[in-house]
Structure formats: C-alpha cells, structure tokens
Design a protein around this ligand. Structure first.
Ligand SMILES: C[S@@+](CC[C@H](N)C(=O)[O-])C[C@H]1O[C@@H](n2cnc3c(N)ncnc32)[C@H](O)[C@@H]1O
Length: 394
C-alpha cells in the first residue's frame, strides 16, 4: 500500500510542478477522526507562495488549512495510510484513481483527464464569502472597501480574516445547541472589525435580532465604533467603555474575545462563565502571567532542555495557559475545542479556545482539579489568573 501511496503522491507533486493540478479528493474515510468525511486539496497562491489548500469536510462544517507543498504531500500520504480508502487526483494531463480494497489489495489507475481547463491559483472564495463587500457602510468606515464595495489592496488580509472568523463562529453557532442567541458580547472589541461583521451576519444573513455589544476600555475606539454603528443603521449594536472585569451584565448568550491581551482573556472567560454563556470563544494573545510564573519558580523538569530557549518557553507558556483555560471551562461544564483558526502566515496569534455549554460532570471535576494541580506543580506555577477569578484556587 505504501508503495502505491508514494506513487500517488509523486503524481500529485508532478501535477503541481507542471501547474496542471485541478484537485485531489480523499474519500471513504474509515479512520478515527470523528465526523470527518472528505478532504479536498487544491493548489493556491498565498502571497505569491504555492500552498496546498486542504478543505476538511466534516459532517456539519468545513475547515480549511493551507500547507507548504512538502508538508502537504506528506499529509496526504498520512491521511491515506490512516483511513481514507479512496482518492482521486485530477489534473489537466490525466486523472489518477487510488483505491484500497477490503481484501488488502491496493489499486492505482491512470485515466484520461476529465478536466482540461487550467485551474486558477487564486483564492476563489470571494463568491462564497459570508460577508459580501458591497453596500456595507461599516466596511467603508473601517477602510476595508471603497464606496463601490471594492476591497482595498491593503485590506485584503483583514477582509479575509473577518470572513474566516465569521465562518468559524457560524459553524460553532450551528453546532451548539443555542436556541436563543439574544446577546453577544465582544470583550476587548478594539476597532470592532469582527463585532460589525458578526452583527451583519447574525442580522442580515441569519435574520436574528441578537443584541451585540463591544466592551473596550479605549474611549476613542468606543466613540468611533458607536458612530460607525449609527452610520450603518445597526440599532442592536453598541460599544461600551470600561474594563472587561467591570462588565456587570450576566445575560450573555455568546461571549467572544479576540486577542484580548494576557489575562484580559481570563477576565473575558470569567464573564462568560458568570453569565453561563452557551458559547465562549476566545483567541488568546500573549501569555505573560504564566510565563512570569514559570520563569520565577524555575521548576526543574524534563523540559528544561527546551525552555532554556526563550521562544520555546513562550510556546510552552502559551500551551500551559490555554490548556488550563480549557480545563477550567471543562470544569464548569463546557465541552472544549482548541484549534488553529487562521494560517500563521496571517498572525501567530492563531489559536482559538472554544467552550460549548454542555453540562457538569462531578467525577470529571475532581479529575480536572488534580490535573490542574499537577500541571502547576510540574511547571512551577503558583496560580493561573482564571483559576483565581473562578476561585478554584486562592
Ligand atoms: C489586540 S486588540 C484586539 C481588538 C479586536 N478584538 C480585534 O481582534 O480586532 C485588544 C483590544 O482589547 C482592549 N483591551 C485589552 N484589555 C482590556 C480590558 N481588560 N478591558 C477592556 N478592553 C481591553 C485593548 O484596548 C484593545 O483595543
């Protein structure tokens, strides 16, 4: 089987090099990834670099990830070894059909090309974007588009990011059991790019009457965003000046916080927990509190060969901080997901921690407390900010 997989991947590589690749599809999945059905792979150009764009099609959502070419070929081979039984390579030169049969035989066949038009390497998602660029006062105010709805060249990345966030939030909303999305709060809303786009999607695409609020301590941003909301006629969207921790209302159904610095993300999660929000979605940024703890206490563990390097220490602080956040969410009855939501070519702050309210499990709570205690001891952490806010530790 390995031999045919290697040959299949060589054909893909050749098609990429000849610029004849149309697409690769992997199907008949029998592996362990829950709800995964297919993977579709295309060649795309991102900032003039060729990448393989993988669309992972799950039962209820699609996730797109871009890989460097070598990494992409390797990944295709691994997915074929680990569970996809059928694969098709379509190129303008010829098609290739790979099939692993039940009796262990593997077939690799070359066929006549079914598509002869040269594929475009452009990111062609424009037509499928949830946030269309035309006739949106807020996109003009935010300097993403001109009055005619043309996305400015220097705002292409931002526009794609906004759409990507909304796509992710849209599938999280659909996957969760939220019945009444009456209020969304965006903590540390900044200039409000996502807040506006989410409001637009909820009201104008889903037809909901959700109240959306941004919380931000910079008065200038709050004033600007309130002005833009008024210009757009978004009656249910408002921005409030204040700190996240001072936010008193406890009727949030979905809480988001994107790149709220350091412990501001903990404050945001805490507010979500206090409200028993159905959905808590945070993209953390800078993990100084835990990094300081690790550096201060210098716990002696097997990882010191890594953490003597600043960059690894930073990554470790990030994983430990967000890992404990996920555990605390789980403790309070949230099903958790942690995933990369945007290519690190756009921003290194690309991890999303998601909590979907599901129900408390007392047995699991005991285990979680132990897991947190052990983790803290191992890494030399006296406290984690969210743990303190939620009074899981003094
Ligand atoms: C990096 S910006 C992100 C803005 C926006 N969420 C986005 O992703 O475009 C972080 C914003 O959070 C605000 N912020 C940070 N800590 C905060 C706190 N504790 N309370 C209120 N706002 C806060 C900052 O003023 C800043 O505008």
């Amino acid at each position: 089987m390995k031999n045919q997989i290697a040959q299949f991947c060589e054909q893909i590589q050749q098609a990429v090099e000849q610029k004849s690749l149309v697409k690769v599809s992997l199907g008949n999945y029998q592996g362990n990834e829950p709800a995964l059905k297919n993977i579709y792979i295309r060649l795309v150009l991102i900032k003039n670099i060729e990448k393989l764009a993988f669309t992972f099609r799950y039962k209820t959502k699609d996730i797109v990830k871009n890989f460097d070419l070598a990494e992409g070929y390797k990944s295709i081979a691994e997915w074929l070894e680990e569970g996809f039984k059928v694969a098709t390579l379509m190129s303008t030169e010829s098609d290739w059909q790979y099939e692993a049969l039940k009796n262990g035989k593997v077939i690799l066949k070359q066929k006549t090309a079914s598509v002869i038009a040269k594929p475009s390497l452009e990111h062609d998602k424009e037509k499928k974007r949830l946030i269309k660029p035309t006739e949106k006062a807020y996109l003009v105010d935010l300097k993403i588009t001109d009055e005619q709805g043309n996305v400015f060249k220097n705002a292409q990345d931002k526009y794609r990011q906004i759409n990507h966030y909304v796509e992710i939030l849209s599938s999280l909303i659909k996957d969760s059991a939220i019945e009444n999305l009456h209020k969304v709060v965006d903590m540390g809303s900044g200039k409000g790019y996502l807040t506006f786009a989410l409001y637009d999607y909820l009201h104008n695409t889903l037809g909901l009457k959700t109240q959306v609020q941004g919380v931000e301590y910079r008065q200038d941003m709050v004033d600007l965003c309130n002005q833009f909301a008024q210009n757009a006629g978004f009656d249910g969207l408002s921005f409030t000046q204040g700190t996240i921790l001072d936010y008193e209302q406890k009727d949030i159904s979905m809480l988001i916080a994107l790149h709220a610095c350091d412990t501001a993300t903990d404050d945001a999660i805490y507010k979500g927990l206090q409200s028993s929000a159905e959905l808590i979605v945070v993209a953390p940024c800078c993990h100084k509190q835990i990094r300081r703890e690790i550096e201060k206490n210098k716990a002696q563990n097997e990882l010191k060969f890594l953490t003597k390097y600043g960059i690894f220490l930073e990554r470790q602080a990030e994983m430990v901080t967000d890992g404990i956040r996920a555990l605390i969410l789980e403790y309070f009855g949230y099903k958790t997901k942690v995933f990369e939501f945007i290519s690190d070519a756009h921003t290194p702050k690309n991890v999303l921690v998601v909590g979907i309210k599901s129900g408390i499990n007392p047995k699991r709570q005991e285990e979680i407390l132990q897991e947190i205690a052990q983790t803290k001891a191992y890494f030399g952490i006296d406290y984690h900010h969210l743990e303190r806010l939620t009074q899981l530790s003094k």
